[in-house]
Design a protein around this ligand. Sequence first.
Ligand code: SF4
Ligand code: SF4
Length: 466
Amino acid sequence: MNQPEKIAVKQADDGMDLYKKREKIYQRHPSGFFQTLRVATIWITLGIYFIGPWLTWDGRQAVLFDLPERKFYIFWFTFWPQDFLYLSWLLIIAAFALFFFTVLAGRVWCGYTCPQTVWTTFYMWIEFITEGDRNKRIKLDAQPMSLGKFNKKFLKHGLWLTLAFWTAFTFVGYFAPVRELFFDIYHLNLSGWAAWWMFFFTAATYLNAGWMREQVCMYMCPYARFQSVMFDRDTLVVTYDASRGEPRGARKRSLDRNETALGDCINCQLCVQVCPTGIDIRNGLQYECISCAACIDACDSVMDQMNYPRGLIRYSTENAVEGKPSKVMRPRLIGYGAMLVVMVAVFITAVFSRVPLELDIIRDRNALYRETWEGTIENTYTLKIMNKTQQAQQYEVGVSGLDNVITHIPDDIKTLPGELLTLAVTLEMKPEDIKGRNSTVYFTVTAVNDPSQEVTEESRFLSPRN
Ligand code: SF4
Ligand code: SF4
């Protein structure tokens, strides 16, 4: 199988400095089709995040990761520490989904749904409504401090901090009952750990989205570094069509497109000014590009004004831009897609067929067996029955695998929601019924009200003679 050819992703700084001095980016407020799409995606993701902990299900918080109780509630599911396999599985699915969508469409995750992008975009919008667009902000920053400037900065940072605080409150609200947390804050009665995490996430949000912004993507995010390995010549990326745009140069709008020796790029710099990471996409694909498509919208608006066809900067593949055939279905994409489908199917089946009941059997450690004065052999077990539902349950315990076994099992086995019940069970056999020194015995626990809740575990029945 031919390995797909990798796209070379350029480093923006070709100099020898280890660290490039940061230049403040004054982003021009972007608008256009892709920005509308991004704003919609951002509102949806923020909506899910902020509303999530306030939803209720069956009289409790619908999504709650209750660490002290070691229970994770997600709507009708309750997960226990024993269920961490599901979480691991979910993380593997998320990784494969990221691989799949990266091979298919480049960094769409970065541009549209990554929390760093979502919060940074929201923060930039706050900056835009409080301080104005790019030119006004450049002018404002160049001015000496005045009452007007102070008011604008105060308002911006106040809104940033409020949003950061609400983000932190919501985050902690996924781990502690959110309504109680709200009243604890209101009465200034927060626990130590809640106060610490609130402080930490407020600071992290404020600094990451307000101050560090593109620096997080460029220097802290590992995905930005390794994503280019997953790119090939058929991956959808934001590209500048140099064959159409070059040689670039300014010209009068009235000049006919066919009468100039210049390409379609009028060198207006709009694509650079709207870029949240401050790069020039005309220099080729760069690892700083988060595929937000702001430059596409900006350039399309310029093309409209010039009466040129849109798409000088567009989502395309390297093959397509070079006029070569571009393939959507590639072996690597099919491989990731197939893995993803299988893993999601297995996960859904496992979650929905999961029995909310757990059984552990511990044999009596003090005696392998006991001979009664009647000559029978007894084995004693401790059954640990965990009710993983949110309702009280009554169970029946059955024993199989041994002929004519006499069971000593309590009749009325009841548990509270989430309770771990410890039950002593004794099995007794007459010597003539025993088939060997070590026989297999099965314990089956069944919920009386819901026979689909049933688990069977194996143990051993030991005796002194064959
Ligand atoms: S926005 Fe378009 S026309 Fe303007 S500089 Fe960028 S590529 Fe050239
Ligand atoms: S180059 Fe274009 S797509 Fe990439 S980050 Fe900048 S504006 Fe967004």
